[in-house]
Ligand binder design. Structure first.
Ligand code: ZN
Length: 261
C-alpha cells in the first residue's frame, strides 16, 4: 500500500490480522496491496515471530482501526498465558522481554472488539463478536455468531485461515474460501457481498498462515462496490526464518512458515 488516498464517496480498507511479529510478511503485504484509505488491524500483532518492535512501529505508522488479540494481551501482561502451548508460551516470554516499555504500554491499551470501523457499520473483532477468544472454525460456530450480531459485515481473525461465512435471510450458512490456482505468486479472489446476507470475513494471517498456503494473507474491503478481495503475496520467508533462528526462538516457529501450518 502506497500511502492513503483522499476518499471520495468510495472507501477502501486494507484488512490485516495475525501479523505475529513477522515484519517481512507485513512489508510484503503493504507493498502488494492497492492504495487504501484506511487500515483495519484485527490483532495478534506480536507473538511467535522475531521482529515485534519493527512490527509495532509499522502498525502505528499505517494503522487506523485496531483490535487487541490474545497474544497482544499475553505479551503486555494483561493475561496469564496459562492455556498457551509451550512454544507459544516461550514466544510470549521472549516477546515481552524484547518490547520497549512504550511498546508494551501501547499494546496493553489496544481496544477489545467488537470495534466499529470508523463509523462504517462494519465491525472488527479478533476471535468472534460475542467472545474475543473464540475460534470460529465451522458454519455452526459462524451461524450462532451471525444470528447474535447486528452488523451486516464483521471482520475476524484468530484462526489464521483465510475465508469466512455468509448467512442468508433464510438462515442458510455457507462457508467461503478463496480459490487460488498457484502456490508461489501474488493472487487475489474477489467476493461480492449480497445485500440481504450477513458476513463473517477472515482476511487470513499476515505472518503465520495455517491454511496450508505459506503466502502472506490480507483482504481489501471496497464500500462502494461492496466487495471483499482476498489476496496472497509471497514474501521473504527465509529471512523471517533466519530472524527466528537468530533470536533463539523454537525452530518450529520458523519451519511452519514455509508450509503454512
Ligand atoms: Zn493469532
Amino acid at each position: 500500500m502506497r500511502g492513503c488516498r483522499a476518499p471520495s464517496n468510495r472507501m477502501r480498507a486494507l484488512v490485516i490480522s495475525d501479523i505475529h511479529s513477522n515484519i517481512d510478511a507485513l512489508d510484503a503485504v503493504l507493498a502488494a496491496g492497492p492504495p487504501c484509505d484506511t487500515v483495519w488491524n484485527l490483532g495478534d500483532l506480536v507473538g511467535y515471530g522475531a521482529a515485534p518492535n519493527a512490527v509495532l512501529q509499522r502498525c502505528q505508522e499505517i494503522g487506523t482501526v485496531f483490535v487487541r488479540g490474545n497474544h497482544d494481551r499475553a505479551c503486555s501482561g494483561l493475561m496469564e498465558p496459562e492455556n498457551f502451548n509451550p512454544i507459544a508460551f516461550a514466544a510470549v516470554q521472549w516477546t515481552a522481554r524484547q518490547l520497549t516499555p512504550e511498546g508494551l504500554q501501547w499494546l496493553a491499551k489496544l481496544p477489545q472488539g467488537p470495534v466499529d470501523a470508523a463509523g462504517t457499520g462494519v465491525q472488527c473483532v479478533h476471535g468472534a463478536p460475542l467472545d474475543e477468544d473464540e475460534y470460529i472454525l465451522s458454519a455452526e460456530d459462524a451461524r450462532a455468531q451471525l444470528r447474535a450480531t447486528p452488523a451486516a459485515l464483521t471482520f475476524f481473525g484468530h484462526t489464521h485461515v483465510q475465508g469466512g461465512y455468509a448467512l442468508s435471510a433464510e438462515d442458510d450458512c455457507r462457508e467461503i474460501r478463496p480459490v487460488y490456482t498457484e502456490r508461489d505468486g501474488m493472487e487475489s479472489d474477489e467476493l461480492e457481498l449480497r445485500a440481504s446476507w450477513r458476513y463473517l470475513i477472515n482476511p487470513g494471517s499476515v505472518g503465520q498462515p495455517r491454511d496450508r498456503d505459506w503466502r502472506a494473507a490480507f483482504a481489501v474491503y471496497d464500500s462502494d462496490r461492496q466487495t471483499v478481495t482476498f489476496a496472497r503475496t509471497p514474501y521473504d520467508v527465509r529471512m523471517a526464518q533466519m530472524r527466528i533462528q537468530r533470536a533463539g526462538l523454537p525452530d518450529m516457529l520458523g519451519s511452519r512458515l514455509r508450509v503454512g501450518r
